[in-house]
Design a protein around this ligand. Structure first.
Ligand code: SF4
Length: 262
């Protein structure tokens, strides 16, 4: 017969329970590849955008790269129109990067309040301005890596500033419009903006990245709107097979889901 050892029982190693029902199946599920990236189709999309928006540019009012940086930070979760209403007084109150860097946070919050999320935006603006003064001689940097070192600046803001202010094609701006249109035009099926950008830069020629970003944003604002796209007015309609189209001139025999506008 075995002797029972004296002393406290050994600590039990906790069992790790794996509940297959609680696992998120989409976490590991690969995102299907977009099917609309045939070069001929992509060329047709670019040609349609050129016809509709030949000189598309950034809608944020600015006089230099620094002002554009500030405006782009302010445009997060806010319309460009609203930002443009706020910035004239803001840039009068704080004319130079140094003025932003030493600004009183309470005053800055009051000045940018109408753009929403004003506390976080104030932190980003003051932090970015200080870094530009301390590390970049008061000038907005011109590389993606340096731009991303600024507080509150991610790829979208960096691409806007590098592309619009300096003409540097660092990538494609993926905002809410570009995200939506990339899906509708089946250029990407990803949901993460970084992955959408990777899909887009793989199929859009580099020399088109800057203009393409502006064109897609304008198309999203004017025609391919989120709730009710104006497909009947869209010059890409014949090559678009988005499921939430509101009008289709495609032959009825083509198997697609289309909601007809009433
Ligand atoms: S056809 Fe409709 S859904 Fe497709 S891109 Fe044009 S507006 Fe958007």
């Amino acid at each position: 017969m075995k002797k029972t050892p004296k002393g406290p029982p050994p600590a039990r190693t906790p069992k790790t329970h794996r509940n297959p029902k609680s696992a998120n199946p989409s976490a590991t599920k690969p995102v299907p590849k977009a099917k609309g990236t045939d070069p001929v189709r992509v060329s047709a999309i670019l040609a349609g955008l050129d016809d509709a928006y030949p000189a598309a540019s950034c809608a944020l009012t600015h006089k230099n790269a620094f002002q554009l940086l500030i405006s782009t930070i302010l445009s997060a979760q806010c319309t460009d129109e609203r930002v443009n209403q706020v910035t004239p007084a803001l840039f009068k109150q704080y004319p130079m990067p140094h003025d932003f860097a030493v600004a009183d946070p309470n005053d800055m919050e009051a000045a940018i309040r109408p753009t929403g999320f004003f506390r976080n935006k104030t932190k980003s603006i003051l932090g970015a301005s200080r870094k530009i003064i301390d590390d970049f001689g008061g000038k907005v940097p011109r590389t993606m890596e340096e731009m991303l070192s600024l507080p509150g600046v991610a790829r979208k803001t960096a691409n806007v500033v590098l592309g619009t202010a300096f003409g540097i094609p660092s990538g494609v701006v993926v905002d809410t419009h570009v995200q939506r249109l990339s899906h509708r035009l089946d250029l990407s099926r990803q949901n993460d903006p970084k992955k959408i950008e990777q899909d887009l830069i793989a199929v859009i020629p580099r020399e088109r990245w800057i203009l393409f970003s502006h064109q897609l944003i304008w198309h999203g604002r004017k025609v391919c709107q989120a709730r009710r796209p104006k497909c009947i007015e869209c010059n890409l309609e014949k090559i678009c097979y988005a499921e939430d189209k509101t009008f289709s001139s495609w032959p009825a025999a083509r198997p697609r889901k289309v909601t007809i506008a009433r």
